[in-house]
Design a protein around this ligand. Structure first.
Ligand code: MIC
Ligand code: SF4
Length: 639
């Protein structure tokens, strides 16, 4: 039987396990990346594992999230990451050099290799045929130390593209269309491979927009073949030698095949507050727009920015709209400056922000109260913009600019003639903002610099056979890690200070949760389906751990968050019968009996008053050992 692209890469990197859907497999990891909002914790974890130098082919530490330094905290974290990177053999991408996924695609990604990153949009590198996955910081720390990365062997989905995108319709619309078809949980447990004749019409940045947003489907990752288009991109980046061709076998078998005719797509928007709440621009053209933000790891390539500049050239944005543009990397910004496109953007009235995540993670540029904000980003979860009642729509750069010009949601097809943009044959190469680590000899004298904001890792305890706890919080479906552990400019600087962060845990849903959890000492959280979707932030598990959460019982879980819970020593459990969710009442006492035996058998009884509710789990032997030890760190250190 033939293999899919992902199966080929998995086969080449398989350390243990069988490539059967649902089985646990361990993969050798070639490259890792971290960003600063998850990186500080990941490097603290790496240091505590006690290895002298990273054992990957390449590890890069990016600074791109916490770049608003409104106090010493972020600067201290940057300095810590820089010094750790220097000491342990990790490249350090300085603040201003760009968003991790954009820079990694441009400068480091290699087709056919494996990459894990402490950021959920790591699959962006799937745009050049890399098997790239988001993971918790602790998993990345273990991989940096040469350890394997464990996943459940995914199902294989194929999206067959035919036709060609029509003028004013772009890769973002393909991402939104697949979200319309599959929803935010439709990709859970699957790898999505993109193929068909239509992919020949898509450049690498367009492919990367699509693999980037595969994360919003809950997919393990998304991947394109590595073909002549990939070769041309790598050559233009001066990295032609990294190219290897990669395609699926003609008789590869897929669990599901979805057909999309690119020619039939229209400009789309994801309406508040979920990336799968899709409508067409035509339908929404009556809505007044307050703010437009262009950038993020989804749409900040040179290609996107040249399109934006072309649309803005010689025009002025509407007086009522505030427009931000954040190019994805220093390479992009510098090339925009060199060709004059930056002047076109500035001349139209845009505010050019630095090459970083910025507004996407609520680091500045929050909309006005109840403001309508159109963003070329990938997530529009409630409150994520920093304005609780902000109404965020996800759009393509084309819809973003068209709407900034008119002040209303605008179908760009109404703008008239569409001009193709010309991409340069070669990108401008300047890697001087990526600092090289010390040699092993020099590393001995490199001092790791810690600031006062870095607090110790929360205390972990060995698992007990009987758990009695208060049901401190009951939530509904599709709870995101932004609900569990919000981000934004005010909170993000404390990512290395779990006690302080804990005050904000679940604040979007219930402001008194943290206090109640501390009072209860032991808590259980009950959730609906797709619990923990979104970001890879392990803080959404470490903070509950600090607050005494022992188990989360839900209808279903998102992949990375379930892994993070296990890594933190918290039991993720699923209702055997989803209707039992209704039997659980907030602020009652629950108990889990015979936990050890239940973990082995895959079924534990949850007692709630007189009800005996069966909850299930399918932990592997390794996961049981991790949970019993009180989490992955204790397990790895052999405590
Ligand atoms: C996000 O887009 O939500 C983030 C911020 O990049 C996160 C990582 C984090 O929370 O630090 C992600 O996607 O994993
Ligand atoms: Fe940064 Fe936004 Fe991309 Fe997350 S989704 S890495 S916050 S740009």
């Amino acid at each position: 039987m033939g293999l899919t692209i992902a199966q080929k890469i998995i086969k080449n990197h398989l350390v243990s396990g069988e490539m059967k859907v649902g089985e646990e497999i361990a993969l050798r990891i070639d490259q890792t990346l971290t960003q600063d909002a998850t990186g500080t914790m990941a490097y603290l974890e790496f240091e505590s594992i006690g290895i002298e130098r990273v054992r990957t082919k390449l590890s890069v530490a990016y600074i791109d999230h916490n770049t608003l330094q409104s106090g010493f905290e972020n600067a201290d974290d940057h300095r810590y990451i820089q010094s750790v990177a220097k000491k342990y053999g990790i490249r350090f991408s300085r603040p201003g050099n760009g968003i991790c996924h954009q820079v990694h695609l441009e400068r480091f990604g290699v087709p056919g290799m494996t990459l894990i990153g402490s950021d959920s949009h790591t699959p962006t590198a799937g745009g050049i045929g890399m098997l790239a996955m988001g993971a918790g910081g602790l998993d990345v720390a273990v991989a940096m130390g040469g350890g394997e990365y464990y996943i459940t062997m995914p199902k294989m989905y194929k999206v067959n593209l035919t036709g060609k995108l029509q003028p004013w319709v772009s890769a973002k619309d393909v991402s939104l269309e697949i979200l319309r078809i599959l929803s935010v949980k439709g990709g859970v447990g699957a790898i999505i491979e993109w193929g068909g004749e239509g992919i020949k019409t898509l450049s690498v940045p367009e492919r990367a927009t699509i693999t980037n947003m595969g994360t919003e489907l809950g997919a393990t990752t998304s991947i394109f073949p590595s073909d002549e288009i990939t070769r041309a991109f790598l050559e233009a980046q001066g990295r032609g030698d990294a190219f290897v061709a990669l395609e699926s076998d003609p008789d590869a078998v897929y669990d599901r095949i979805i057909d999309i005719d690119l020619s039939s797509l229209k400009p789309l928007l994801a309406c508040p507050h979920s990336p799968d709440n899709i409508k067409t621009a035509e339908e929404l053209s009556h809505i007044k727009v307050d703010q437009v933000c262009i950038g993020s790891c989804t749409n900040s390539s040179l290609r996107d920015m040249l399109r934006v500049a072309k649309m803005l050239k010689g025009k002025k944005i509407d007086d009522s709209v505030s427009l931000s543009v954040s190019p994805g990397s220093k390479q992009v910004l510098s090339m925009l400056a060199d060709c004059g496109a930056l002047s076109d953007i500035l001349g139209a009235g845009a505010r050019v922000l630095e090459c970083a995540c910025g507004p996407c993670i609520g680091m500045g540029f929050s909309p006005n109260s109840a403001g309508v904000s159109l963003r070329t980003f990938n997530r529009n979860f409630e409150g994520r913009s920093g304005t609780k009642d902000g109404q965020v729509y996800l759009v393509s750069p084309e819809v973003a600019v068209a709407s900034a010009l008119t002040g209303y949601i605008t179908d760009p097809r109404t703008l008239g003639t569409y001009e193709e943009i010309e991409m340069p044959d070669a990108f401008k190469i300047d890697d001087s903002a990526v600092l090289r680590p010390a040699t092993p000899e020099e590393a001995k004298s490199v001092e790791v610099l810690r600031g006062p904001n870095i607090k110790p890792f929360p205390e972990t305890k060995k698992l007990e056979n009987r758990i009695e706890a208060n049901l401190t919080l009951k939530v509904g479906d599709n709870i995101t890690t932004d609900h569990i552990m919000p981000a934004g400019a005010k909170i993000l600087p404390y990512r290395s200070n779990i006690p302080y962060l804990s005050k904000f845990c679940f604040a979007v849903c219930d402001e008194s949760f943290a206090q109640r959890a501390l009072e209860a000492k032991n808590s259980i959280i009950v959730g609906g389906s797709n619990y923990g979707q979104g970001s890879s932030r392990e803080h959404a598990a470490l903070v509950p751990l600090y607050l005494g959460v022992k188990a989360v019982v839900a209808k279903s879980f998102a992949r990375i968050h379930a892994a993070n819970l296990i890594n933190a020593g918290i039991l993720p459990l699923t209702f055997e019968n989803p209707d039992d969710y209704d039997k659980c009442v907030q602020n009652t006492t629950l108990s889990l009996e015979n936990v050890f035996e239940g973990m082995e058998k895959g079924r534990i009884i949850l007692k709630s008053g007189n009800d005996e509710i069966p909850v299930v789990c399918s932990y592997t032997k390794r996961q049981i050992d991790i949970l019993k030890a009180g989490g992955l760190l204790a397990y790895t250190k052999g405590e």
